[in-house]
Write a protein that binds this ligand. Structure first.
Ligand SMILES: [Zn+2]
Length: 277
């Protein structure tokens, strides 16, 4: 690129300082005009590439948002990760220098292109299982990590689910509580009124009991369509997650962000691979 730039500068210099000489040169060599224009276009393209690499390198523009569900004593399934497995994964993130972002930080980075460290990651849990409090929360606290739990508000207080006191306590210790609707219905299958009610009521409930503003939602089963997205926006959700697999990126629609499912069957080598992809 430098050689090309020098050539262009020389030509430009010749044009400015010695128009007559340059005119004669160009008349004698008409092919040089075409050649110079092509070089200018190539150089502009290369400058753009370099600038874009410096500002938003591929890795720095993507965030793996991990998706967990249940964290069990020792039961391994697709949506059930053991607490020992979870501990091993969090320890790896800590020891490897990952920055665990809050949901507000994820939003800020994706929406406003705010730069962030190369090894940034976010941790989410869907459904609001009680074991998140007993098995995941102590580990997150030990490593001083942020996480977000998307709760189903009608389930709160049920025997397998978090209580209001538990979400209140966790909120004071870096665990963000956001919406997973009131009843875990498939949003794209609901009538308009039911869809609006479940989006609105779950947000209103959490806002009130936790004295906060819910801004994020994970669609149950990851399901959405354009009506779901439009109503979620109208109800005040600024960012929404599906269950589609991939890293969250500002290049995608913020209302349909991807996540990385951490399955109970995933061993630590596989985990290391997916968070570093
Ligand atoms: Zn769910």
């Amino acid at each position: 690129m430098c050689v090309n730039m020098v050539f262009i500068l020389k030509i430009t210099h010749a044009i400015i300082t010695d128009m007559q000489e340059s005119e004669v040169f160009m008349k004698k060599n008409p092919g040089w005009i075409k050649f110079t224009v092509i070089l200018i276009v190539i150089n502009l393209f290369m400058v753009r590439q370099v600038l874009s690499q410096n500002n938003f390198n591929e890795r720095g523009y993507d965030i793996p948002v991990l998706m967990y569900h249940s964290i069990t004593e020792d039961d391994k399934k697709m949506f059930r990760v053991t607490k020992d497995g979870f501990y091993e994964q969090m320890k790896y993130l800590k020891d490897s220098g990952f920055s665990v972002l809050s949901m507000d930080e994820v939003y800020d980075h994706l929406k406003n292109n705010k730069p962030f460290k190369d090894k940034s990651i976010a941790i989410t849990f869907d459904d609001g299982y009680k074991d998140n409090y007993h098995n995941a929360y102590p580990i997150l606290k030990e490593f001083a990590m942020n996480a977000t739990i998307f709760v189903v508000t009608d389930y709160l207080g049920g025997s397998a689910y978090l209580s209001v006191d538990e979400i209140k306590e966790m909120q004071l210790n870096n665990i963000d509580i956001e919406s997973h609707t009131t009843n875990h219905a498939k949003l794209d299958k609901l009538t308009e009124i039911d869809r609006i009610n479940t989006l609105k009521d779950s947000k209103d409930y959490i806002d009130e009991v936790l004295n906060k503003e819910v801004k994020y939602i994970a669609y149950p089963f990851g399901r959405c369509n354009k009506d779901v997205i439009a109503d979620a926006r109208l109800q005040g959700y600024k960012m929404a997650f599906t269950t589609k697999s991939g890293h969250a990126t500002g290049r995608d629609d913020l209302n349909q962000l991807k996540r990385v499912l951490v399955s109970g069957y995933m061993n630590i080598d596989h985990f290391i691979k997916v968070v570093n992809k």
